[in-house]
Design a binder for this molecule. Structure first.
Ligand SMILES: Nc1ncnc2c1ncn2[C@@H]1O[C@H](COP(=O)(O)OP(=O)(O)OP(=O)(O)O)[C@@H](O)[C@H]1O
Ligand SMILES: [Mg+2]
Length: 251
């Protein structure tokens, strides 16, 4: 490291989220630096999706602070955070099943919250060109005019990645990028994420239960357990960590 350390792209300080008596995210510190691919793992119910909900501001944060590009986003509205350049995908895939692949990308060019009617009005040619380039990049050309409901699980994951990419974000939060995806398409998804990272400098925070995926993609990993940060380090370090093994497999 040089004397002038890189500023974090995303930083959480003591982030806490409660649901009644349950502390779903408990005093968690983390950073994502520009151009990093960071993993977020942990057993079922450990708080990964809740942390994403807090970061994308879908859920209010009960304690702690979050900074994105040096701006405090702890209490910003979701669309403001999106404007700053953060996007996310969802554990349960959210695409408009009756709209085509192209139409799904066109509606997601606008910030969520705008009416569907407004979003579907004829788009600017640049927007459609951008959507078509993304479809090609994601190897979905043959499905451009197919309703999203007819796509396989993996193709829908790719489409959802495309929808997240439409506003050209700098950081993308991926919630279970590879679950329900056949092995061939998992490799496509990995390859596209790598290309976005190396060629366009996009950073990712990735939740995934597939440890092969995490080991192949991430330079650093945070491990949550019962909402608390249990470990952090390289994929090799955390996967060899006794406490992490115990959290996953029991004592
Ligand atoms: N809206 C909610 N209301 C009440 N409790 C919730 C809510 N959302 C999540 N929880 C609880 O918070 C805890 C963390 O859930 P979360 O979905 O964040 O876990 P996760 O790590 O994403 O799990 P998984 O790997 O199964 O997706 C769980 O105990 C869950 O039941
Ligand atoms: Mg989850």
């Amino acid at each position: 490291m040089t004397a002038i350390a890189t500023e974090p792209l995303l930083e959480g300080r003591s982030v806490t989220k409660r649901f009644g008596g349950l502390i779903a995210v408990n005093d968690v510190d983390f950073v994502v630096y520009p151009r990093e691919i960071v993993g977020l793992i942990g057993p079922n119910g450990s708080g990964k999706t809740t942390l994403f909900d807090c970061l994308s501001r879908v859920q209010p944060i009960d304690g702690g602070r979050v900074f994105f590009k040096g701006v405090e986003i702890t209490r910003l509205k979701p669309h403001r955070v999106a404007h700053l350049g953060m996007a996310r995908t969802f554990q349960v895939i959210r695409v408009y099943r009756k709209l085509t692949v192209l139409e799904n990308l066109l509606v997601s060019r606008q910030w969520r919250g705008e009416s569907l009617w407004n979003q579907l009005r004829p788009s600017h040619p640049d927007t459609e060109g951008q959507a078509r380039r993304l479809i090609e990049f994601l190897t979905l050309e043959h499905l451009t005019d197919s309703p999203a409901g007819t796509l396989s699980g993996g193709q829908r994951r790719l489409l959802e990645l495309g929808m997240a990419l439409m506003p050209d974000p700098d950081l993308i939060l991926l919630d279970e990028a590879a679950s329900g995806v056949n092995p061939t398409l998992v490799e496509t998804i990995k390859d596209r994420i790598r290309a976005l990272n190396t060629e366009q400098g996009k950073a990712f925070l990735v939740v995934e239960h597939d440890m092969r995926f995490i080991a192949d993609m991430c330079s650093r990993v945070y491990v949550l357990n019962y909402g608390e940060k249990l470990a952090e380090g390289t994929p090799q370090e955390v996967m060899a960590n006794e406490a992490v093994i115990e959290a996953y497999f029991g004592a």
